[in-house]
Design a protein around this ligand. Structure first.
Ligand code: PLV
Length: 322
C-alpha cells in the first residue's frame, strides 16, 4: 500500500500552558492520530516495510503500540495478534478487539508480554512488531519533528521539546527528527514517572539499567529497560537530553488539567510530558540554569493514548489521591 497511515496533526498554541510558562507553548496533537497516539507513525512505517507479504503481525504492547499495529494490520488486510500484560486496563483490550485484533494477556508487565510475542513470531512465522526498539520505528516517529518544523515556519526554532519516555522509541525518533531539520541544539526534556523510570535510571547509572518492577500507574511507560539507542543518545555530546521524573500524582493532575483546559483526554503516559509544564518543572529547570530564562517556544508532544476513559480516570483518582 502506498502513502502512509498517520495524519499530519495540528500544532496548537496552548493559552493555558503559555500563560503558566510566560512563553509560547505549542502542543503537537498526536492524540488525534488514527489509533490514538504517535505510535502509528513508526509502526505504520515499519509494517509497510516489513509486513506487506506477512501472514500476520504480532506486537507486544502496553496498549498503544498494539492499537497502532492492529489499525495498520487491518488496513493492510493482515491478521494482528497483540500481546498485552495484565497491567493493561480492560478498556484497551476491548478497543484492540474492536480493531479486529486477537488479544492475548500474558505476564504482569510489558517485558513478559514481549517474551511471548517473540516466541509466537518464531513458532508461527509472524512478523514481530516491536513497540519502541527498531530503526524503522524511529524513522517513522521522526516525521513528527518535520511537521513541527513546517508548522512553525522558517526561522522559528523551539526553545525545548518535551516528550514522554517508555522504552525510548519516541525519544529516538524525536532526536533523529531534530537532526534532520538541523535542530540538534534544541534541548529535549525526556519525561517519565517515578516507578516507570528506566531511562532516568540508565542516565544516572551511566549504563543500561533493568528495573525490578513497574510500580507507576503510567503502564504505557512501563518498559523495564530503555532501548540501547535512547541511552546512546543520552551520552552523546551532539544532543542535550534532560531526563526528569514526575510522580503519578503530578501526571494525573496534568491529565486532568489538560482535560479541563484543552478539553482533550489523554492517558498517564502522556500526562508525564504535560506535567513538565503544569507541575512547574520547566520553571525549576530555568532557575537551576539547566534551561535558559529566556526560553523560545516550548513544544510538548501530546503523545495521546487509548488506555483512558472517564471511569479509568476516576479509578486512578481514587487510587492515587485517596
Ligand atoms: N507505549 C508502548 C510501550 O509500553 C506501548 O506498547 O504502547 N506515550 C504513550 C501514550 C505510549 O503508549 C508510549 C509507549 C509512550 C508515550 C512512550 O513511548 P516509547 O516507548 O517509544 O518511549 C510499554
Amino acid at each position: 500500500m502506498a502513502g502512509h497511515f498517520h495524519i499530519n496533526t495540528p500544532l496548537l498554541e496552548s493559552t493555558g500552558m503559555s500563560k503558566r510558562m510566560g512563553t509560547t507553548v505549542y502542543i503537537k496533537m498526536e492524540n488525534s492520530q488514527p489509533s490514538g497516539s504517535f505510535k502509528i507513525r513508526g509502526i505504520g512505517h515499519l509494517c509497510q516495510k516489513l509486513a506487506s507479504q506477512s501472514k500476520g503481525v504480532v506486537c507486544s504492547s502496553g496498549g498503544n503500540a498494539g492499537m497502532a499495529a492492529a489499525y495498520v494490520a487491518r488496513k493492510m488486510n493482515v491478521p494482528a495478534t497483540i500481546i498485552v500484560p495484565s497491567s493493561s486496563p480492560q478498556l484497551v483490550v476491548q478497543r484492540l478487539r474492536d480493531q479486529g485484533a486477537t488479544v492475548k494477556i500474558v505476564g504482569k508487565v510489558w517485558d513478559d508480554a514481549n517474551t511471548e510475542a517473540l516466541r509466537l513470531a518464531d513458532i508461527d512465522g509472524l512478523t514481530y512488531v516491536p513497540p519502541f526498539d527498531h530503526p524503522l520505528l524511529w524513522e517513522g516517529h521522526a516525521s513528527v519533528i518535520a511537521e513541527v518544523s513546517s508548522s512553525l515556519g522558517p526561522g522559528v526554532k523551539p526553545g525545548a521539546v518535551v516528550v514522554s519516555v517508555g522504552g525510548g522509541g519516541l525519544l529516538c525518533g524525536v532526536i533523529q527528527g531534530l537532526r534532520s531539520v538541523g535542530w540538534t541544539d534544541v534541548p529535549v526534556l525526556a519525561m517519565e514517572t517515578v516507578g516507570a523510570d528506566c531511562f532516568n535510571a540508565a542516565v544516572k547509572a551511566s549504563k543500561l539499567v533493568t528495573l525490578d518492577d513497574i510500580t507507576s500507574e503510567a503502564k504505557c511507560l512501563g518498559a523495564k529497560t530503555v532501548c540501547q539507542k535512547a541511552f546512546d543518545y543520552s551520552q552523546s555530546k551532539e544532543f542535550n537530553i534532560i531526563s526528569e521524573l514526575v510522580t503519578d500524582q503530578q501526571a494525573l493532575n496534568a491529565v486532568e488539567t489538560f482535560l479541563d483546559e484543552e478539553r482533550v483526554l489523554v492517558e498517564m503516559a502522556c500526562g508525564a510530558a504535560l506535567a513538565a509544564v503544569y507541575s512547574g518543572l520547566i520553571h525549576r529547570l530555568q532557575s537551576d540554569g539547566r534551561l535558559p530564562d529566556a526560553l523560545g517556544p516550548v513544544v510538548v508532544i501530546v503523545c495521546g493514548g487509548s488506555s483512558v476513559d472517564m471511569q479509568q480516570l476516576s479509578q486512578l483518582r481514587q487510587k492515587l489521591m485517596g
